[in-house]
Design a protein around this ligand. Sequence first.
Ligand SMILES: Cc1ncc(COP(=O)(O)O)c(C=O)c1O
Length: 451
Amino acid sequence: MTRIRQFIQLKTELPGPNSRALIARREAAMPAGYGKATDIAVRRAHGALVEDVDGNVLIDFAGGIGVLNVGHTPPEVVAAIQSQAEAMIHVCGLVATTEPHVQLAEKLNAIAPISGAKKAMITNTGAEAVEQAIQIARVATGRQAIIAFEGAYHGRTLLTQTLTSKYALFKKGFGPFAPEVYRAPFPYLYRTAIGADLSEAQRVELVWEAFERFLVAHVMPEHVAAVIIEPVQGEGGFIPVPREFMRRLREICTRYGILLVVDEVQCGFARTGKLFAIQHYEVEPDIVVMAKSMGAGMPIAATVGRAEVMDKVHLGGLGGTYSGNPVACAAALQAIALIERDDLCTRAAYLGGIACERLKRMQERFALIGDVRGLGAMLAIEFVEDRASRRPLSPEKTVAVVRDLARNGVLAIRCGLYSNGLRFLFPLVIGEAQLHEGLDVVEETIERASR
Ligand SMILES: Cc1ncc(COP(=O)(O)O)c(C=O)c1O
């Protein structure tokens, strides 16, 4: 049955003939290992809507994997890019200084959730900014060991891939990995002590005990340069770190002179209802890593930290050909201005509330939905074969849900350590009616999958 939709406009079956043709060329021209969640080829996009190469209009719940908090092609960002490109596209921050680069560093220092003097090193991708944070932490502490968490995703360069968890998908065959990275248990409470009748606080206690044991069994805290953590684990399944766990982590870091690095690449820039997710906690990090929605789609990232830490690296130790590219900086300045002007933090909390309520109602209807979780507008559902044992739905069945969603006009992607989650990263400028229409499609799709 074809439903009348207000925003989703389907003129062909999906993927349509032009999408199929372009995908065939993509597959012939690009390596097989380069994955894609859907077989949709997109021609243009604006706000929360994308138009494919066959003229079909879809609602975007993937948001470029968390890049488009200010939506697709906001006119202010487009104008800033155009005007900066006309004046100068590139000079290289290692050769000369540009105003947008300096202005962005000043802005990031002003908004980063760290008190006191700060410095910002601007780079191109989340992985590069994470890698830089680790290098800076090692120099600043004179130590080498790094603690990362189970389920973490920090990127695909050698060091960040080492920090990343989820072996089969991200790491298979790519070793040997970088030394001195230690993997700690993460408070994934939905899968902690399954079947036991425990409160959330008791589950946190169990994971914390495991963390303390890890500090005895695997690495000496006195040897650790940094702990890196995503305040809301992204790829791992949109799992917010419990407040008490984060508080104790900060305490341990302070006690042993370890730097606390928060990776806000996916959860930052208003997604969770605060500019940075760590602002939901009463702790301050030493270094914050930013990327994705900072640039509204332009490749840009930053490592922002306490000035005395950031300044420890020797002259010439930091850099990169495109670091502080003025076009990307101009876009980021506008994107941040839009987040502030339109109070997208409040909007994220509001839209997240609407979406969460609907997803919880779906959870009551469909046994397939084991868990609904997240923070603000960073929401996911975790699919299970069986609610009691919490056995994860297979990745293949989850992919089938994602593909069915796309066929019906909603772009979304999966997540989770077991690849059994569906994540929601809709642009924060999405209209309420658009959000509901997209969620209608999600509900119908899960209903089909449940049959
Ligand atoms: C939390 C987190 N850190 C780092 C990265 C890596 O960022 P990039 O893909 O820009 O290198 C990602 C990407 O998804 C991420 O979600």
